[in-house]
Design a protein around this ligand. Sequence first.
Ligand code: PFF
Length: 522
Amino acid sequence: MQPQKKRDSWGSRLGIIMAVAGSAVGLGNFLRFPAKAASNGGGAFMIPYFVALFLLGIPLMWIEWTLGRFGGGFEHGTAPGIFHSIWQKNRFIKYFGVIGIFGPLIIFIYYVYIESWTLAYSFFALIGKCRALPDQAAMQSFLRGFQGLEVNQYFHGIHLAYLFFVITFILNIWVIYYGIKGGIERLCKRAMPLLFIFGLILLIRVVTLGTPDPDKPTWNILNGFGFLWNADFSALTSAKVWLEAAGQIFFTLSVGIGVILTYASYLSKGDDVVLSGLTASSTNELAEVILGSSIIIPAAFVFFGPIDIQSIAKSGVFNLGFVTMPLILNKLPWPVILSFIWFFLLFLAGLTSSVSLAQPAVAFLEDEFDITRKKAVVIFGVVVFILCQPVIFFLKNGVVDELDFWGGTFFLVLFATIETLLFAWVFGMEKAWDEIHKGADMQVPQVYKFIIKYITPLFLFFILGMWLWQEWLPIIFMKRVLPLDRVYILGTRIGLVLVFLILAALVKIAWGKKKIQKVRLG
Ligand code: PFF
């Protein structure tokens, strides 16, 4: 018999909290959140946002930490094995678990490319490459040239973007190559404090902007915050606003996708999950609600005024981060340093998230095929590098949006529904409650027994139902896709189905091997 390979583990409790917070605090906090809040009712958005946090986000955080630690006890770090350990009698449940590897992989493919832009722009900030760009139009065409969407005076091709992509990709691979403790934990313990310091510097800079142009006294920072937070309660009657808020909670907390399951599988049986999970979530909320909301939108209001901010706020995540923000920073004293701080903050936030997206696939190969981490990382690196190519070269055809819809939105909710039902109804709420509290440093409020069993699944059904009702047909028939792009979107969908089927086949092979081993040993 082969000696049992020892699974990796976290070095300290602070280490895993930092790593989970690192996964959660990402581009979503600084770019996606302010854009969503500003275009979905401002202050009123915070009502569905907090409802979703307490009824979906926090319960799912506890569910995933608990299931992950439970699965780790059986040497399983990904959803197929964890789901199978909970419901051994069901032959099919492990295939639902495939989503827990597939989802992170799909997000990783586009997330890492966007992350590489933040590294490139950090470099541009240092060498002053965008210093002289005077307005939105110039900054926009700089971005489009960089992304290879057009040939212009700034860029003649995608070479530079590709170079930064390769550097970022290698950095990610390098971190996961060194494993949980030596790679991910080490990175997050250093990057997270730095990220918060950078965020605070920008926050203080924005809050002290005052009224930069005395001729425009209403263009001041207080009105900037007012623009974001003044509540438009009529937004609450729209189902879309509730869906957007729930989607943001999933995305920002990194729940409902399998990543936290994998991280928690490296805990030991007696390690606390209740307080640790809550601490990681609170850290993310601090970064999102305080830092994320206080930088871009209020600053943009001060410099562009109450009329232009309307369209800026709705101009999309990339415009806010890569067009509006560098323009604003260029107008302030110390533009080189401030722009670097902004983009490097985004880069650190992105890197600590993308390594968490890579880990489930690597853990799956290690745990279920008994291969070494280093080998698993090499296989992952080669396959995923190839999968990233369509994202880079077909960016203009909407491939990123398509991947974000399936990986970063739809499958999140579906997977969250499956794991909640498994936890509360198959594992059983009484057993689940005991499992949550093993080694716990804090008691979960009793009301969460009811919430996890009834409210969270009902809320998830409601979201899935609303989606199917409102979006299903237009999405399936690509109603909102430009006719010229349809073939690319169709290609992306075929690619997604193939990746899913290959992963499902790997699960089948892994379980087949286990059966043979069992017979031999038995
Ligand atoms: N939470 C990350 C962000 O806010 O940018 C994104 C993310 C990371 C989503 C990991 C999902 C995930 F599993």
